[in-house]
Write a protein that binds this ligand. Structure first.
Ligand SMILES: O=c1ccn([C@H]2C[C@H](O)[C@@H](COP(=O)(O)OP(=O)(O)OP(=O)(O)O)O2)c(=O)[nH]1
Ligand SMILES: [Mg+2]
Length: 152
C-alpha cells in the first residue's frame, strides 16, 4: 500500500549533499534515516546520543504511525542500536525525527555526518475503544503466558 506523507526538510543538506530517504528496493519496508550531524561523533561503549535526522513528517492519520528500528548490520556487527529500543512516531507529531543511538557494544563507534543510522517503517494502527466487562469469553489459552507451555 502506498500513502502520501507530508515531509519537511529541516536541514538543507538533505536533497543536496545527502539524498531524501527512499526505499532501496521495490520490496523494502524501511527508509534509512541519516545522521544530520555537523561533525562526526564517537560513541563510547554504553553511550547514548540523540541524533537529528534533518527531517520532520506529519502523518496526520490516527490509523498510521511510524517506527524507528535499528539497522541489522549496525546492530549485529557493531552493537549500534536504539536507546529506546524502538522509536514510535505518533501521527500528530510534527517535530524533527530524532534517533536515540545507543552503543551497546564493547568498542567505540564513530558516526559520520550523513551516515545511515536507523530506519523508518510505517505501520497501521488500530485505536482501541475499551468495552468494560466483568469476565471474558473463554479462550484456549486463558491466563497462561510467559512460557507456561514450556520450551521444547
Ligand atoms: O525515537 C523516537 C521516538 C519518538 N520521537 C518523537 C515522535 C513521537 O511522536 C514523540 C513522542 O514519543 P513517545 O510518545 O514515544 O515519547 P514520550 O516519552 O511518551 O514523550 P511525549 O510525552 O512527548 O509523548 O517523539 C522521535 O522523534 N524519535
Ligand atoms: Mg508519549
Amino acid at each position: 500500500m502506498k500513502k502520501a506523507i507530508d515531509l519537511k526538510i529541516l536541514d538543507p543538506r538533505i536533497g543536496s549533499e545527502f539524498p531524501l530517504p527512499t526505499y532501496a528496493t521495490p520490496g523494502s519496508a524501511g527508509l534509512d534515516l541519516r545522521a544530520l550531524l555537523d561533525s562526526a561523533i564517537t560513541l563510547e561503549p554504553g553511550q547514548t546520543e540523540l541524533i537529528p535526522t534533518g527531517l520532520a513528517i506529519h502523518i496526520g492519520d490516527a490509523n498510521l504511525c511510524a517506527t524507528i528500528l535499528p539497522r541489522s548490520g549496525l546492530g549485529h556487527k557493531h552493537g549500534i542500536v536504539l536507546g529506546n529500543l524502538v522509536g514510535l512516531i505518533d501521527s500528530d507529531y510534527q517535530g524533527q525525527l530524532m534517533v536515540s543511538v545507543w552503543n551497546r557494544g564493547n568498542s567505540s563507534f564513530t558516526i559520520e555526518p550523513g551516515e545511515r543510522m536507523a530506519q523508518l517503517v510505517f505501520v497501521p494502527v488500530v485505536q482501541a475503544e475499551f468495552n468494560l466487562v466483568e469476565s471474558f469469553d473463554e479462550s484456549a489459552r486463558g491466563e497462561g503466558g510467559f512460557g507456561h507451555s514450556g520450551r521444547s
